[in-house]
Design a protein around this ligand. Structure first.
Ligand code: FAD
Length: 440
């Protein structure tokens, strides 16, 4: 039987960072078990016929001084800083992101609806919600931006992305993800092409070579020999005996457990889980992202990083261009792009059908032209893509986290902690977790 002080489930950024920081700051032994053949989880890349594809766009937003320094050190000489160029395609025109600050270029009637609706929100005092009532994302968006902006972008786009009624979602997630421009900026952006950048990702960094995979690879290289075990899926966990059955390894005995696997999956791996915990986990929901990666001849949409598609006639919610982040992501004279679809995680999908819809729609909006040849197509499904912040989530987590704490499980990262977060935060989660374990 293998024995370790700390068993880490998952070799994504959160798991890798936990082991790295445990090695640095504690005398504890740590072992990562990762079910795939490669490290990185959602921050991985695949390499096909000279094209590099990530699991849709993975751009680094560095906000924490420690996280920034560590990532810059890990990817020394291999990072490029890029000013975002993101767009929205609707009413057959491209307008700048974010929609609410950039309606210039849309048909006059659409601009009128957006501005009038927005100005009404400015002149109407916001109703204070009763303390016991949580405002839904739908009501918040209407109150903040008005009915025109909601009708033409915020509602259709978010319904496509989240795959559920926006009245069932809370506002807990949107703070940094939905920019709220000033009145003057909304007006200015309706009258002329406003180049001012808004939002948390106005600029980002990305590896010059090797796709986003170069980040988990660099972190893996800082681990001890045989500390990261690939093709090693956790099959079950017994929290009482502190043992796990791991594919290709057998039983692993541990003192402390760190989970980075999606929380819902983790709970189903645990033996003899109380019914109230199982039913709390059933109340958590997520969407699945299906990423169609394409390698195409020709230089598509030069200078554009990604485009949002709010309208129903386009089956995807976003299309982006990896080769605009790093030219090494596609052979010279060609483009590598990602086409993102979202479905509720319980929905069955037919990828062949989605693929034909995608190719037709890409031609309809003229991203693909008749002289562009599709060289390679590859689907990358992300089963747990975005955690849904609905009204059941907080209540469920208030049952699940005390259960995990009682059983000495740290559940971290984007999916372990069941949150909407980024790569730098996954690395920071691992650091904080290691520091906590070192003190135990
Ligand atoms: C569509 C999309 C776009 C994104 N874009 C960005 C972006 O632009 N910028 C950004 O900073 N972040 C982005 N993110 C978020 C980023 O991918 C995550 O925050 C980060 O990669 C999460 O790392 P993690 O270690 O917490 O989870 P994961 O990467 O999911 O790691 C968990 C690991 O557990 C493994 N695993 C699962 N089950 C088992 C098992 N039973 N046994 C062993 N191993 C198991 C998985 O294979 C995986 O490797 C995006 C995410 C998505 C889905």
């Amino acid at each position: 039987m293998i024995k370790t002080d700390v068993l880490i489930l998952g070799g994504g950024l959160a798991g890798l960072s936990t082991a790295y920081h445990l090695n640095k700051n504690s005398g504890l032994s740590a072992l990562i078990v990762e079910k795939e053949k490669y490290p990185g989880g959602a921050a991985s890349s695949i390499f096909r016929k000279g094209f590099t594809f990530d699991f849709t766009g993975h751009l680094l937003h560095l906000h924490d001084p420690y996280g920034k320094k560590l990532i810059q050190d890990l990817l020394k000489g291999n990072l490029r800083e890029i000013k975002r160029s993101s767009w929205i395609y609707s009413h057959e025109v491209l307008t700048r992101y974010p929609f609410q600050a950039n309606t210039y270029g849309l048909p006059d009637s659409v601009i009128d609806e957006c501005l009038l609706g927005f100005l009404k929100t400015v002149h109407r005092p916001t109703k204070t919600a009763r303390k016991t009532t949580q405002v839904s994302f739908k009501d918040w968006a209407l109150r903040t931006f008005g009915d025109g902006i909601c009708k033409h972008f915020l509602f259709p786009y978010n319904e496509k992305l989240w795959q559920r009624k926006l009245s069932t979602m809370t506002t807990e997630w949107q703070g940094r993800f939905v920019p709220a421009p000033k009145v003057s900026e909304v007006l200015y952006g309706a009258l002329m092409d406003q180049t001012k950048a808004f939002g948390y990702n106005a600029s980002f960094v990305y590896p010059r070579q090797g796709g986003i995979q170069s980040l988990p690879n660099a972190l893996s290289q800082r681990l001890k020999k045989n500390q990261l075990l690939l093709s090693s899926e956790a099959i079950w966990i017994n929290l009482k005996t502190k043992e796990a059955l791991v594919k290709n390894l057998g039983i692993v005995s541990f003192k402390r457990l760190v989970n980075t696997v999606p929380l819902t999956d983790f709970i189903s791996l645990c033996k003899e889980t109380p019914a109230r915990v199982l039913s709390a986990a059933e109340n958590l929901s997520s969407n699945s992202v299906y990423c169609l990666n394409l390698g195409v001849s020709g230089n598509l949409m030069p200078g554009k990083h990604w485009i949002y598609f709010p309208e129903k006639k386009y089956p995807f919610y976003r299309v982006g261009f990896y080769n605009q982040f790093a030219s090494s992501n596609a052979p010279a004279g060609s483009s590598s792009l990602y086409v993102e679809f979202s479905r509720d995680s319980k929905t069955k999908v037919r990828l062949s059908h989605m693929e034909s819809l995608a190719l037709k729609a890409l031609r309809d909006c003229k991203i693909l032209r008749s002289d562009n040849r599709v060289i390679i197509k590859e689907w990358l499904p992300i089963k747990c893509g975005y955690v849904v912040y609905d009204f059941k989530r907080t209540k469920a987590l208030n049952t699940l986290f005390p259960f995990l704490a009682k059983n000495e499980v740290e559940s971290i990262g984007r999916y372990g902690a069941w949150k909407y977060s980024f790569m730098e935060e996954a690395i920071m989660d691992g650091k904080k977790c290691a520091e906590k374990l070192a003190l135990c």
